[in-house]
Design a binder for this molecule. Structure first.
Ligand SMILES: Nc1nc2c(c(=O)[nH]1)N[C@H]1C(S)=C(S)[C@@H](COP(=O)(O)OP(=O)(O)OC[C@H]3O[C@@H](n4cnc5c(=O)[nH]c(N)nc54)[C@H](O)[C@@H]3O)O[C@H]1N2
Ligand SMILES: Nc1nc2c(c(=O)[nH]1)N[C@H]1C(S)=C(S)[C@@H](COP(=O)(O)OP(=O)(O)OC[C@H]3O[C@@H](n4cnc5c(=O)[nH]c(N)nc54)[C@H](O)[C@@H]3O)O[C@H]1N2
Ligand SMILES: [Mo]
Length: 707
């Protein structure tokens, strides 16, 4: 009963109530929400007589403050859901049909070991693609760390580039600031102008809102820049319905107004930035009149925000991933990050930009790539179809964990075709019978967060969290780490580090010498549940300079130039913006489809929850009244959304929430719960953002017609 020992080791503090040897009584266990969300909440699980009976936000945590979200409030329902996968299974029907028979773990391990060995013998280790997603951000069990990596390295499997989410923006920001990290969002409380740029926090991470409200109570003005009037935009003082993929131009236009007002911070520019003269020329090429044409915003609106920006210190920009899911998205973040360099906002507490809090991994990278006998190729998460279609160096085993690519990855139809290949051995470790599970040869039952140990570092706040298992796993579920330990043993692998325990892994990860982690140990985390990073309460990230090659904020970046981008930050239009007037494209596919976060799911997680599905209703696509009228479409009618890549069906909602030229739906729906059996990613092309091969989920041209 190792899980019990684990619990008991942290018993004194984590478990504040009585918990008898025979598991009677009540226990409170502190854990962390594992989902891919900036907030990484601290939660408390109440365990009564060995059963989890309640899960709530930790009232003591400064960022969570007792609140979870619409989805995670139902986490226990998911843990106990009737469709939870509890046993290993083997496919009995055709691929895609989702018909399985229960098998034992021994049978599963034996079949897997045999198949892996024969694939390695015939094609080499690189024929294995360990396809890991962001189902959990845990540093032990998930995306945040080492889960399975050592095992794959011993086998010589291909590397997997998990670039689907925030990569383009992170790279863009890094050219300017040297890191994707920035402001502590708690500092928003001290801001006077808050620009919510391509972000919808009231849906995609609401815990930041209380700091924004605090700022407002002290007089701050809040602006949302988004092609959709989201629930966040509804709450803002002002909404700028920008044309998608034109944010870089808006950044330059706002700075143009700052220069006109003579409000640039010359001392700051001289002391802390690089390449001002060149960047200034770039700004001067974007007067508000030109920017109005590019962005579809009124010139007066741009001027008014520019004047506000010129005269309001501190100004904070909160940007998240929305605006970088474009072919010019990396450049957009790079250029927006130049704004505080011009206004000098980094020197004012409450000023600057916040994208990720901790831009680069603080933890000691312990994936042990040194275990690879020879260098191997890297396969790209955003290019699943392409990878599976490669015939020269074929993928023969796809191992999916923490991911649901049939729903979440571009070019859905191609992916389903590729997953149907009879010669592809597909293993999926999962909680639920997802659309991806339907294509598996072997399904392995995975533990959920309250059943395993994990360590989390948030990407939207300044805390490290410990997740103590609260209850034993149901059925025959195993954690990711335990599955790989057993498989390694079954295959007779001798590398000792494959057998490290979860606590050893946590200790290794925390043994980083990064100053933010000073004094943060496993013991302390297990006692306290969460610890703030070792940074001041009023954290000023670039007080000692920028981690760029020059030590300055770089308006001009040699690294960017070396990577094939412009030396100077500027505007790179997205594909949709670029082709808006291109003959042949503009008439055929006149609308830009954007597919952001749904309020009732987390990517595809919770897509099977009955109550959340009921609340979400039928899939909808929103278009502006002008675009509906032009097509003679009526509100509530069924429509096809299509392009050369594919199509999906939805109910039309005519709404002035979207600007003309834009169609909007949300991500995350399961195909099997959707009429027509296809979802938004059926029309998203497998194409790269400008940086890091990031995805282009909001940068696709489509047409809409009555069904
Ligand atoms: N409820 C819920 N929460 C989530 C998620 C979820 O699926 N559901 N997903 C989680 C994950 S994985 C992530 S990465 C984050 C993502 O969270 P966000 O960064 O908020 O990402 P999105 O929802 O994709 O986009 C945010 C906003 O950007 C807008 N946008 C799209 N294109 C443009 C553009 O060109 N310019 C501008 N200015 N705005 C644009 C969209 O309309 C949208 O309202 O949220 C996390 N939180
Ligand atoms: N159209 C469109 N598509 C998008 C986006 C968009 O904006 N628009 N956003 C993209 C973004 S930001 C992201 S991050 C990706 C996410 O894409 P994925 O990484 O594929 O994430 P999910 O679809 O949530 O699938 C995660 C799966 O992991 C499982 N899981 C959770 N925890 C565990 C665990 O501990 N062990 C195991 N074995 N499994 C677990 C869950 O049950 C779930 O089925 O989607 C992308 N897809
Ligand atoms: Mo994401």
């Amino acid at each position: 009963m190792t899980w019990m020992n684990d619990v008991r080791a942290g018993f004194n503090v984590i478990c504040r109530c009585r918990y008898d040897q025979d598991m009677t009584g009540e226990l409170q266990v502190i854990g962390a929400c594992p989902l891919d969300c900036p907030d990484t909440c601290s939660w408390v699980v109440t365990v009564r007589d060995g059963e989890a009976v309640r899960l709530r936000g930790n009232p003591d945590h400064p960022f969570t403050r007792g609140a979870l979200c619409v989805k995670v409030n139902r986490y226990l329902e998911q843990v106990k859901a009737a469709d939870r996968i509890l046993y290993p299974m083997r496919r009995v029907g055709p691929k895609g049909a989702g018909r399985f028979e229960r098998i034992t773990w021994d049978e599963a391990l034996e079949e897997i070991a045999t198949r892996l060995r024969s694939i390695i013998d015939e094609y080499g280790g690189e024929a294995i693609w360990p396809y890991q997603g962001t189902g959990t951000l845990g540093c032990i069990q998930g995306e945040g760390g080492v889960a399975g990596r050592r095992f794959w390295n011993v086998l010589g499997a291909s590397r997997h580039d998990l670039n689907i989410c925030s990569r383009a923006g992170r790279i863009g920001l890094t050219y300017t600031n040297g890191t994707g990290g920035g402001m502590d969002p708690e500092m928003l409380a001290s801001s006077k102008l808050i620009i919510l740029w391509g972000t919808n926090p009231l849906t995609s991470g609401h815990h930041i809102w209380k700091f924004i409200q605090e700022a407002r109570a002290a007089g701050a003005y809040v602006v949302a820049i988004d092609p959709i009037r989201t629930r966040t935009a509804d709450q803002a003082d002002e909404h700028l319905p920008i044309r998608p993929g034109t944010d870089g131009a808006l950044a330059l236009g706002l700075l143009h107004v700052v220069l006109e007002a003579g409000a640039e911070d010359r001392d700051y520019i001289a002391g802390h930035t690089l390449g001002w003269e060149e960047f200034r020329k770039e700004i001067l090429a974007y007067p508000p009149s030109r920017v109005a044409e590019i962005t579809g915003l009124d010139e007066e609106t741009i001027r008014a925000l520019g004047v506000r920006l010129a005269h309001t210190r501190p100004t904070a920009i909160r940007a998240t991933m929305g605006l970088q899911r474009h072919s010019g998205g990396g450049a957009a973040l790079r250029t927006i990050a130049c704004i505080p360099g011009v206004t000098g906002d980094w020197r004012h507490p409450g000023g600057g930009i916040s994208y990720l809090t901790v831009g680069d991994s603080l933890l000691k990278p312990d994936s042990r790539y040194d275990l690879l006998a020879k260098p191997v190729r890297t396969l790209t998460m955003t290019r699943l179809a392409e990878g599976l279609e490669d015939t020269e160096k074929p993928v023969k085993c796809l191992w999916v964990y923490g991911a649901n690519p049939v729903v979440s990855t571009s070019d859905q139809t191609r992916i389903r075709r590729a997953l149907s290949r009879e010669d592809l051995f597909t293993v999926v470790m999962e909680h639920f019978p997802t659309d991806t599970v339907d294509y598996a040869d072997i399904v392995l039952p995975a533990t959920m967060q309250i059943e395993h140990t994990d360590l989390h570092v948030a990407y939207g706040n300044m805390y490290v969290m410990w997740n103590e298992p609260a209850v034993p796993p149901p059925g025959e579920c195993l954690s990711t780490t335990e599955t790989f330990r057993r498989l390694a043993r079954h295959m007779g692998l001798t590398e000792p580090c494959l057998y490290d325990s979860d606590l050893e892994l946590a200790e290794q990860l925390l043994s980083s010498d990064h100053p933010y982690l000073a004094g943060i140990t496993v013991d302390r985390l297990r006692k306290e549940g969460w610890v703030r990073l070792n940074v001041p309460e009023r954290f000023m990230p670039f007080a000692d300079g920028f981690p760029t090659p020059s030590g300055r904020l770089e308006f001009v970046s040699e690294r960017a130039a070396a990577d094939g981008h412009s030396r100077v930050a500027g505007y790179v239009p997205s594909m949709a913006a670029r082709t808006a007037d291109t003959p042949g494209v503009a008439e055929k596919y006149p609308l830009t489809l954007i597919t952001p976060a749904s309020h009732t799911s987390l990517n595809s997680s919770f897509g099977n929850n009955p109550e959340l599905r009921r609340r979400a209703g039928e899939p909808k696509v929103l278009v502006n009244p002008a675009d509906a009228a032009a097509r003679g479409l009526t509100d509530g009618s069924p429509v096809r959304v299509y392009n050369d890549v594919g199509e999906f069906t939805a109910e039309l909602e005519i709404s002035d929430r979207v600007r003309p030229g834009v169609a909007a739906t949300t991500k995350g729906r399961w195909l099997k719960h959707t009429p027509g059996g296809a979802t938004a990613n059926a029309v998203v092309e497998e194409r790269d953002a400008d940086m890091g091969r990031g995805a282009v989920y909001h940068d696709n041209r489509v047409q809409i017609a009555a069904l």
